[in-house]
Design a protein around this ligand. Sequence first.
Ligand SMILES: C[S@@+](CC[C@H](N)C(=O)[O-])C[C@H]1O[C@@H](n2cnc3c(N)ncnc32)[C@H](O)[C@@H]1O
Length: 343
Amino acid sequence: MPQDPARSGASTKECLMNAFLEQNFFQSCFFERERFLTRHLDSMRIANGWKEYELLDAGDGEKLERWGTYILRRPDPQALWPKGNEALWNQADAHYKRSRDGGGSWDRRSTLPKQWVVSYDDLSFRVELMGFKHTGIFPEQACNWDWIREKIESASEPVRVLNLFGYTGGATVAALAAGGEVSHVDASKGMVGRAKENCALSRLSHAPVRFFADDAIKFVDRELRRGHQYEAILLDPPSFGRGPKGELWKLESHLFSLLEKISMLLSDRALFLLLNAYTTGLSPVVLENMVKMATHAVPAGVTESFELGLPLRREGIVLPCGLSVRWERSHASLPAKRALRSF
Ligand SMILES: C[S@@+](CC[C@H](N)C(=O)[O-])C[C@H]1O[C@@H](n2cnc3c(N)ncnc32)[C@H](O)[C@@H]1O
């Protein structure tokens, strides 16, 4: 508020100068806050659209989550600050406890069902206590599901989607719900079964999807030989894995050549590529560099990389969980015929 010269005793010029400085001060505070938010959002995407999932607390190397009406407690190596209200933690229906040998197991209340369903908008998933502290869903992936849906829904032509290392089908279900045609690949028959079940729970049993219990590299090599192409490719490779016949997957050694190969599977109408990883110690920029270098031959596009995060109600902080890179075709780029290399 500008000063009133009659009341303050200051000259009109002084009052105007004060008002000018005050306005500048508030403006610079505003711009500083905007700059902070932009910086924060640039480096992170936060999954804040859940109603049936909630990160209740995190601390002392663990997280406490609500999955529908049940509360689960499990380890999280990023939660290096102290826990909040201890009484809340005692309400957990199941607790994944680490063993001395590095493994672990779930300690559950008898009232907890073997499995239950949790929904994100119109997408529904089976939740179950699994090995390696898994529950069958990575809730932070909801940011990527929203993006996948938006991209496919706004496409003017059919979108063929390849989902490699597809796990229980979170991204597959999102792509199908948006109208995509999906080829879902995972080494584990059990995970492929779970993905089919999640399609059915999301009322997508009749949607155009093919499931393959296969090794990701072998599948891609075969698709290249067959000349199959896709408008969208998703991949969420683990640090280490095995194909159905024991084929070794090691992210550090195999990711770059797989990215080069899948860039050759992108059609001239290619829309996007989405790479996600949970490998500890990797920077999002390293993954983005790999995508940029491996996709230099595909139509011109833009890449971005960021951490995924889950909002933690307490103290308004965010729990980082995983890294993603998105390559998206720029609207200006024209279809260009590319020769298919043989592998
Ligand atoms: C981290 S999970 C993927 C998470 C999932 N995409 C999501 O968003 O919820 C990794 C998956 O890769 C699969 N996998 C491991 N090695 C593989 C291989 N060589 N070929 C294909 N799938 C593999 C595993 O069976 C597992 O389901």
